[in-house]
Design a protein around this ligand. Structure first.
Ligand code: BES
Ligand code: MN
Ligand code: ZN
Length: 474
């Protein structure tokens, strides 16, 4: 377990430098004896046989230093300390130029990056794991630089960041568990357990209630699996009564085989990740509730599996939905939007949300357009989106807004036999998929759709974002 210590002075000294720093002996030494150049996040470690080694942490160009660079640098420092078996680090930033960054935000970024180094997911056998774990050093970080923050503020910041990290790690753990151990009933039970002692009301609808309520779009996807679906509702009222209520809707396919429009072996191999949206909304709610953030938020997940069997839905089926709209199934692999259709309608109708954000690993097309770097977005309210974008930027999360073009939206209605069609042709698949979800808002409320198919899950680590589930956007 990582510990943070306010103004301690026992650890191994960590100096910081910008590329432009002059007159720092350790920096000169590092430059002369290694390739160290003071780049952001770069670490130089000078061990000592006598016991007191030293660290130098690069911060790059002074005018480019932002909170995200600090998170990454802090993560690298924690990793380096673990690798070098350093038990306690002493970071003294008394002479550190804050350059407009708030002390508290700097502390948050340092703590967040440092804690990120703790994340692990593995199903290696205990035998193999013991060997790995015994190598992992616990690191304490002493931070001394706080001219304006006292110990109480330090402690408060630490608790806030630890709660955020809990949300991020929960999101990752839910998504990383493969479909043999993480299926709708397990997810529902886990949600109950996680929120047990928190002011979050959890309601779970089973397969009978789902059908009785008329969630035909959702149930059509779910019915091919022997594992029954669960509709999961989590309500957190941290704000005033009557204050705006935000709905977070997360796609919750615990596995997506594609159904009768079956995926390739390769395409299917990571499809336990198709509940990335669910992971993010559940993790977000955990962080909000633990931090007692004064907002009213309801999170909704329609959890199911898209499989093949004698009871699966089929290409060409015409199905109903909770909204009353009928849907022609052009492709059983475009299942996410069907589950979201009922979830979004439920959130805006029954739950009366005033605004809504949905997150979904919805299309391969978003990966073609934006790779694993950007989440793709569409919205019906650009001012609402700008608010999200601003926060995302300070948190190091990349989002790219795509055009919510009415001519493209029309493609979803290009069917002779139903109100809408779940697959379109002619490109812009990320946009039309998002617009399909938007068709199911019960009222015209501010709405943002986030396609995280490229960003929720990856095959390589990127800085403090690990390989596999990322916990994107918590
Ligand atoms: N879950 C997939 C999208 C996906 C792809 C997520 C890659 C993560 C990584 C989604 O259900 C899907 O299959 N979408 C289809 C839609 C098409 C049939 C209209 C796609 O993108 O191919
Ligand atoms: Mn699919
Ligand atoms: Zn899917």
């Amino acid at each position: 377990m990582t510990q943070f210590i306010f103004n301690g002075d026992k650890g191994l000294r960590v100096d910081t430098c910008y590329k432009s720093t002059e007159g720092l002996a350790l920096f000169d030494f590092a430059k002369n004896h290694s390739t160290f150049a003071g780049k952001a996040g770069e670490i130089y470690y000078l061990p000592s046989m006598e016991g007191q080694g030293q660290y130098l942490l690069g911060l790059g160009d002074r005018d480019k230093l932002d909170l995200e660079a600090l998170r990454k640098a802090s993560f690298n420092l924690a990793r380096a300390a673990k690798d070098n078996k350093t038990a306690t680090l002493h970071l003294n930033l008394n002479d550190f130029e804050l350059d407009g960054l708030k002390e508290e935000a700097v502390l948050e970024a340092l703590m967040e990056g440092f804690l990120q180094a703790e994340y692990k997911f593995s199903r290696k056998s205990d035998m193999a794991k013991d060997e790995d774990d015994s190598k992992e050093q616990d690191v304490e970080l002493e931070i001394a630089f706080l001219n304006n923050l006292d110990e109480a503020a330090f402690g408060k910041t630490e608790r806030r960041i630890r709660n955020l990290i809990d949300g991020i790690f929960l999101a990752r753990n839910l998504v990383n568990q493969t479909s043999n151990e993480m299926y709708p009933e397990v997810l529902a039970d886990k949600v109950k357990e996680v929120f047990q002692d928190l002011p979050v009301e959890v309601r779970i609808l089973d397969e009978h209630e789902i059908q009785d309520l008329g969630m035909e779009a959702f149930y059509s996807v779910a019915k091919g699996s022997d594992r029954p679906p669960r509709f999961i509702i989590m309500e957190y009222d941290g704000g005033e009564e009557g204050q705006e209520k935000t709905a977070l809707v997360g796609k919750g396919l615990t596995y997506d085989s594609g159904g009768y429009c079956i995926k390739s072996a390769r395409g299917m191999s990571t499809m336990h990740c198709d509940m990335g949206g669910a992971g993010t909304v559940i993790g977000t709610l955990l962080a909000l509730a633990k931090n007692q953030v004064p907002v009213n938020v309801v999170a909704v997940v329609a959890a199911c599996e898209n499989l093949i069997s004698g009871s699966s839905y089929k290409t060409g089926d015409i199905i109903g939905s909770l909204s009353g709209k009928t849907i022609e199934v052009g492709n059983t692999d475009a299942e996410g939007r069907l589950t979201l259709a009922d979830a979004v309608y439920f959130a805006t109708d029954t739950l009366k949300a005033d605004r809504l954000i949905d997150l979904a690993t919805l299309t391969g097309a978003v990966v073609a357009a934006l790779s694993d770097e950007y989440t793709g977005a569409i919205t019906n309210d650009e001012a609402y989106f700008e608010g999200l974008q601003e926060v995302a930027k300070t948190e190091g999360e990349k989002i790219w807004l795509l055009p919510n073009d009415e001519n493209l939206a029309k493609k979803n209605r290009d069917t002779k036999v139903a109100d809408v069609l779940n697959s379109t042709s002619g490109g812009a698949g990320t946009i039309t998929a998002g617009q399909f979800v938007g068709e199911f808002l019960a009222r015209e409320v501010p709405w943002i759709h986030l396609d995280i198919a490229g960003t929720a899950y990856g095959d390589r680590a990127k800085g403090y974002v690990p390989e596999r589930a990322t916990g994107v956007l918590v």
